[in-house]
Structure formats: structure tokens, C-alpha cells
Write a protein that binds this ligand. Structure first.
Ligand code: SF4
Length: 393
């Protein structure tokens, strides 16, 4: 855990060359909130929090220095977090206290207007896609997964079936439904890009076909940049098909790196070896371009700092954006009792990684769509900024 005093939880020693002190302070504050979570004095403020579902969850979007981040609010550690966000004032500003001492200010993105609509056949739009961060529309086109259905195969961190079981989503979103909701989210709420993920339906295309149909459905309704996320399919030919269907950026998520840790944490998914991922990354970059292919790496599940950084170095050299995110334990999953990585662990990864990305000129802001562009699940994009581009003047 951090060695800082409780009254100055995210003040730090001398900053590294690459970051202005204020930028570094913001980055460290994000690490703190994402590691510990935050208790909310006014849980209803802003856009609704998210529970269960694919990917990171049990968190709520907050704005820090104008940057959207996801802060855990429904996890076990969040319930006992030293951080409390007070009720927002008349200007929408919420003071964050640690042990009763004000340490920062946040605000909340407004609840999206498209949540108030439903399809003609009565499906709420929010069951088809949700708002992530401030301006990202996110959907899981297929809410079932061959891996999740088996206790021995499931990824231990995943909650893809929870929101379905709770009736907060539907199993299969049709291309028409996705197009309808995406259009409304653009027109009513100004969303800027879309993330499409999927459970893995089979061991051949691994979801690529459904993503093609879904992207085509959205692009037929509205011009919105799309990132599609899936496991590497059986053949790289799928990447051109995805591009032709309207996908702008591709995500293939390693999640965990060390083979033994992969086999333990995600026994089913680990059957697709790391080298197949790297082969697919190279083919993906050829189709989508440098910086338009990304991967998600969950820090805090057993991979040491040097392994994460070495892998990121290899990815960056290929033109793949490594989006490193702190693991968040989701209630109801086998890893619900495992703590998130400490803020100092995240700093040890993200500070050199931010420098590597800046040196390679591979920036989240240049990604057309997706998690790497959104950046809300990690402090990484705050660490990317070179000297002179701090978030706080
Ligand atoms: S980084 Fe990805 S999963 Fe996280 S809030 Fe943004 S779009 Fe959603």
C-alpha cells in the first residue's frame, strides 16, 4: 500500500521528467480511486452505475479535470474505501474526502437521454447498449459465452452472465436494434464512438461473424466509429471482413500474460496461446492500421511489473496499443475477494508505459474508437501526456 500520509494520499515525490506535477497528481488520484473505490454520499447523482456484464464492472463514471474515469462503487473494497464523494453542490461539483480531509473534486456525467426510450417491441434501449465514460456507447452483442457456461473454463474475473440473469440486458442484440439505439445515442446524447464486445460463441470465428453483422447494422443507421472486440478468430481473413462491415478499430484482449497465470485465471481462453494473439495483432494492424488495434491487460492478477512492461514494449513496436487497466473484483465472480492492485503498483506500470507510448507517438486520442480511446478504466491516458500538456493549467 502507499506510504503516503492519510492527509496527503496522492502527493508524491519528485515527478518523472515526462509529466508536469499537476498531471502526475491527477494520474495518481485516478489510481487511488480505481484501487480503493469510492463511497458515494449521493449514489443517484449522474449517470447510473454499472453492475455485472462483460468487462470491468461494478463501477460508476466520474469526471476528474474533465477526464472520464470509471471508479468502483459496488465492490467489497469500495464499501470500506477511505474515499467518500460528498453530494454534489449546485454546480455539480462533488468534493472527495479521505479520512474527513478534502483531497479532490469530481463531477458526474449526466444520465443519458436515450435510456428513457424503448424499441417498438418494448425492449428498453438501456438493455441493448449503455453509456460508458462520458461519450462511449457500449454493447455486448452476444451476452452468452462458451467459456462462461463451464465452471472449469470460465474467466474468473468475468460477470457476462450476471446482467442477463438479472434481466438488465438481452442475450442477442439484433443489428437493427443496435442501429436504432446507436442513432438515438448520437442524436440525443452526442456519443462519439462505440464499443462492441461479444461473448465467444464458438471456437472458429469466435464472434467475428456476429460483430460484422452488428457493425453493418449500426453503420446503416448512423455514422459512428466502432471498435469490435473478440478473441483471435480461426483465420485472419475475418479482419478484412470486419473492416468492410464498418469496424474501425479492433480489440483482442490478452487480459493476463504469464502462461501459468493465464491457465489459472482463464483456463478456457488460455487455450488460445499468446503467440496466436501476436500473429493476429500483426494481421490486424495490416488491415486497421498502426494504433487502431489494441489489447486490454488486467494488472493485479499475478503478472509482475517487468513482464507487463516487456509485453507492452513488444506490442507498441508492432503498432498495437496496450491498454493496461487495474483489475476490479466484481461481486459474484470467483475473484470477488481478490483485491485490486495498489496505486503504487499501477504507478510503477503506467508511468514508464505512458513514456513509451509518448515516445512511440501511439496515443489514445488517435485511436478511432474503443476502450483505448475512452481510457476511463485506467489512468494510462493521463500518464501519456508529455511535459507541457498537463490536465490542470
Ligand atoms: S475503457 Fe472500455 S470498458 Fe472502460 S468505460 Fe471505456 S469503453 Fe467501457
Amino acid at each position: 500500500m502507499e506510504a503516503s500520509s492519510p492527509n496527503r494520499p496522492f502527493d508524491t515525490p519528485a515527478p518523472p521528467d515526462a509529466l508536469k506535477p499537476e498531471t502526475l497528481r491527477t494520474a495518481r488520484f485516478i489510481n487511488e480511486l480505481q484501487s480503493f473505490g469510492v463511497r458515494l454520499a449521493a449514489p443517484g447523482a449522474g449517470a447510473p452505475s454499472r453492475r455485472g456484464g462483460a468487462g470491468p464492472s461494478d463501477h460508476k463514471a466520474v469526471l476528474i479535470d474533465g477526464q472520464a474515469i470509471m471508479a468502483p462503487v459496488h465492490t467489497a473494497s469500495a464499501f470500506t474505501s477511505p474515499y467518500v464523494a460528498l453530494a454534489p453542490d449546485a454546480d455539480g461539483i462533488s468534493v472527495v474526502e479521505r479520512s474527513g480531509v478534502p483531497v479532490g473534486r469530481i463531477s458526474f456525467p449526466a444520465a443519458p437521454r436515450f435510456y428513457g426510450l424503448q424499441t417498438l417491441d418494448g425492449v428498453p434501449y438501456s438493455h441493448i447498449a449503455t453509456l460508458h465514460g462520458r461519450d462511449v456507447l457500449a454493447t455486448t452483442v452476444l451476452q452468452t459465452c462458451i467459456r462462461y457456461e463451464s465452471r472449469k473454463q470460465t474467466c474468473q474475473f468475468c460477470a457476462i452472465g450476471q446482467s442477463l440473469a438479472a434481466g438488465r440486458t438481452i442475450a442477442r442484440k439484433t443489428p437493427e436494434q443496435l442501429g436504432e439505439v446507436a442513432r438515438a445515442a448520437v442524436l440525443l446524447d452526442g456519443v462519439k464512438h462505440m464499443v462492441m464486445t461479444t461473448g465467444t460463441p464458438n471456437s472458429t470465428d469466435r464472434g467475428a461473424q456476429i460483430l460484422c453483422e452488428s457493425a453493418f447494422g449500426v453503420k446503416s443507421a448512423v455514422d459512428l466509429p466502432i471498435q469490435a472486440q473478440c478473441e483471435p478468430p480461426d483465420t485472419n481473413a475475418w479482419f478484412q471482413r470486419m473492416r468492410d462491415s464498418g469496424v474501425d478499430a479492433l480489440g483482442m484482449h490478452l487480459e493476463v500474460l504469464t502462461p501459468a497465470v493465464r491457465a489459472k485465471i482463464m483456463p478456457g481462453k488460455a487455450k488460445v496461446g499468446i503467440e496466436r494473439y501476436f500473429e493476429a495483432f500483426a494481421a490486424g494492424v495490416e488491415v486497421f492500421g498502426r494504433g487502431q488495434v489494441s489489447t486490454y491487460i488486467l494488472a493485479g492478477l499475478g503478472d509482475p511489473v517487468d513482464v507487463i512492461l516487456e509485453t507492452c514494449r513488444r506490442l507498441i513496436a508492432m503498432g498495437v496499443y496496450p491498454f493496461v487497466v487495474p483489475f476490479t473484483p466484481i461481486s459474484g465472480t470467483p475473484l470477488e475477494g481478490r483485491p485490486s492492485p495498489t496505486p503504487s503498483f499501477m504507478h510503477a506500470v503506467l508511468e514508464p508505459l505512458g513514456r513509451m507510448l509518448a515516445e512511440a507517438e501511439l496515443r489514445s486520442g488517435d485511436v478511432k474508437a474503443g476502450c483505448a480511446r475512452c481510457g476511463a478504466c485506467s489512468a494510462l491516458s493521463a500518464y501519456e501526456r508529455p511535459s507541457g500538456e498537463g490536465t490542470t493549467p
